[in-house]
Ligand binder design. Structure first.
Ligand code: SAM
Length: 275
């Protein structure tokens, strides 16, 4: 029998993937967690019916959310990840020797458990001694943090359910307070085709709080529309002012010095969302 998983990316449009087997399916205290073995993209984590990551294309997102800010900050010793339950962002952050500690605040322990079990190539960083994993609400952690982090990465789900509070101006203000005086934050801010308003709001709020606010993109075939964005806010350091020599090889498959700069070059309809 042919089984297909379809993600409705809008009420009238979606993607579909042929499924070999369902590895896990559970309603946790926070969301529906499904781990699917797909023909095209390997094992795939799905939360509340939305593709989070897959073995075949995860490297794009995890390299881009981590290396752009970590090569922009001259000395990123303390890093915070909000969300990131699959572990891919941790794996990339740990490639930076300057990072002394990476704290991850993930609300749903089941996502970590199933990612360790079924996404070993993505969750490989969890056992590193520099990792401090906290199972809790990232919003609450940010609110109680003060001038503690050099870089904060918001690797959360869409602004629904447990992540609803992670896209508000108050949250971005809390991030600014939790950052040191030359800190940088990056948040995944969805796609310009179906979530233009989310991007506009995130950029507007970031501009009001940070002297440097930029949007950058990458290509992720399993995400809605395939074009994904990240919003970057920085108190001092500009990602476009980085010396190319400062960008080292990350042993990756997407991020390069050229991509670091090119990812900030936006198509006209996307640039307009940032103005
Ligand atoms: N790369 C994916 C994307 O762009 O949609 C995100 C992947 S990661 C699996 C998203 C994680 O955010 C999930 O594990 C979810 O449990 C977590 N999350 C959602 N709301 C949260 C909150 N308030 N605090 C901490 N983690 C949260």
């Amino acid at each position: 029998m042919n089984v297909w998983f379809t993600e409705k990316q809008t009420p009238t449009f979606g993607i579909t993937a042929k499924v070999k087997s369902t590895l896990e399916t559970e309603k946790t205290d926070f969301q529906q967690v499904d781990m699917l073995e797909t023909e095209q993209f390997g094992n795939m984590l799905v939360l509340d019916g939305m593709v989070m990551t897959s073995e075949q294309d995860e490297f794009v997102y995890h390299e881009m959310i981590a290396h752009v800010p970590l090569f922009t900050h001259p000395s990123p010793k303390k890093v915070l990840i909000v969300g990131g339950g699959d572990g891919g962002t941790i794996r990339e952050v740990l490639k930076h020797d300057k990072v002394e500690q990476v704290t991850q605040v993930e609300i749903d322990g089941k996502v970590v458990e199933y990612s360790k079990k079924h996404l070993p190539s993505i969750s490989s960083g969890y056992n590193n001694p520099r990792v401090n994993l906290i199972i809790g609400d990232g919003f609450e952690h940010i609110i109680k943090s003060e001038a503690e982090y050099d870089v904060i990465l918001v690797d959360s789900t869409e602004p629904v359910g447990p992540a609803a509070g992670l896209f508000t101006k108050g949250f971005y203000a809390g991030i600014s307070k939790a950052l040191k005086d030359d800190g940088i934050f990056v948040a995944q801010t969805d796609n310009p085709w179906f979530k233009a308003d989310l991007i506009q709001n995130a950029m507007r709020d970031t501009k009001e709080i940070f002297p440097i606010a930029r949007l950058y993109t990458c290509n992720i075939p399993t995400y809605p529309s395939g074009m994904w964005t990240f919003t970057l806010g920085s108190k001092v350091h500009d990602p476009l002012a980085v010396s190319p020599e400062a960008i080292k090889d990350v042993d990756g498959r997407y991020y390069t010095p050229d991509i670091h700069f090119a990812s900030f070059v936006l198509p006209k309809f996307v640039q307009q969302l940032t103005e």
